[in-house]
Design a binder for this molecule. Structure first.
Ligand SMILES: Cc1cc2nc3c(=O)[nH]c(=O)nc-3n(C[C@H](O)[C@H](O)[C@H](O)COP(=O)(O)OP(=O)(O)OC[C@H]3O[C@@H](n4cnc5c(N)ncnc54)[C@H](O)[C@@H]3O)c2cc1C
Length: 287
């Protein structure tokens, strides 16, 4: 009953496994991930991976490494409930894992448009490897790619699609690209670079009137003008995956709230990575 259960199989979970293995604690570790493969690097998914069908996902560590470290993997199985009293986690498969320490590393999920029906055949998000596989397949046959959102992922996919010879449009509601991440000067430089590459960029755009036929999005309105859609990528940000923590009564505020030691509001439960909201001591506020 001295197990460390890690929920999530992204970068944070993979690095924690390495740290625990180096500390000789691997045999205590159970890693639970709803994705069916070992943790992999996400950054290549919006870059090289989309360009060539030869590209495969890059694992943090191969399956053998986890075995040798004594780490037990529960892949393709999501954690669905945390019992803080009994100190257990229940998985979708029905398995119940006891823990002495629980680490939430549930990351983020792609933000969706509230007025756009989910699951449309020609609308993509890009967060996980299975979505990258689908997007790569759709890119191969698309002539025009519309990217909703001028953030990092939207612009990377736009540049990749342009390099593949597609007609590409980026629609951004803010007055500048990467508005929350970089200075106005850098935004202007990125805008000029993308426009010089032949990407059509619409800033300060109002979008709506998503017209759906069957399982396809056929058109959207941009600044009141209807335009056809061949393939649409939603690049409108990510939201912390806090549902499991919230259901367990763990304090969340646009992320799982942690202190400087990554301790959550629940005894024995820590959280790491993009799912967290932690204190910024310099500014005296939560990041
Ligand atoms: C396409 C793309 C490109 C990127 N490029 C860059 C870049 O160039 N530079 C950069 O710094 N960052 C980049 N990022 C961001 C970077 O990948 C993230 O910051 C990082 O992945 C965060 O790691 P994480 O482990 O906190 O969460 P995530 O990587 O989001 O992993 C969370 C994992 O938890 C799993 N999970 C969630 N809930 C459950 C549950 N209940 N049970 C079981 N499993 C669960 C999810 O399926 C997922 O596998 C990129 C991200 C993407 C998607």
């Amino acid at each position: 009953m001295n197990s460390i259960v890690i929920i999530g199989g992204g970068h944070a979970a993979a690095q924690l496994c390495v740290g625990l293995a180096e500390a000789g604690q691997g045999a205590r570790v159970h890693l639970v991930c709803e994705e069916a493969c070992e943790p992999y690097h996400r950054p290549p998914l919006s870059k090289a991976f989309l360009k060539s069908a030869e590209e495969t996902t890059q694992l943090h560590k191969a399956a053998d490494w986890y075995r040798e470290a004594g780490i037990t993997l529960h892949l393709g199985d999501a954690a669905v409930a945390i019992d803080r009293e009994a100190r257990t986690v229940t998985l979708r498969s029905g398995a119940v894992l006891p823990w002495e320490r629980l680490v939430l590393a549930t990351g983020t999920r792609a933000r969706q448009m509230p007025d756009l029906k989910p699951g449309l055949e020609n609308v993509a998000s890009l967060r996980a490897a299975n979505e990258a596989h689908r997007l790569r397949e759709r890119l191969a046959s698309a002539e025009k790619v519309t990217v909703l959102g001028g953030g990092f992922i939207g612009l990377e996919v736009a540049a990749t699609a342009k390099a593949l010879g597609k007609s590409v449009q980026v629609i951004e509601s803010a007055p500048r690209l990467l508005g929350r991440a970089v200075s106005p000067e850098l935004s202007a430089h990125v805008l000029a670079t993308h426009r010089a590459a032949g990407i059509d960029i619409v800033l300060g755009a109002q979008t709506g009137a998503f017209e759906v036929e069957g399982d396809r999005l056929v058109s959207i309105q941009v600044n009141g003008v209807k335009q056809p859609v061949d393939l649409l990528l939603l690049g409108i940000g990510a939201v912390p995956e806090t549902a499991l923590a919230q259901a367990a009564g763990i304090e969340c505020a646009d992320g799982i709230v942690v202190d400087g030691h990554m301790q959550t509001s629940a005894a024995g439960v820590l959280a790491v990575g993009d799912c967290t909201r932690f204190p910024d001591r310099r500014a005296g506020r939560a990041l």
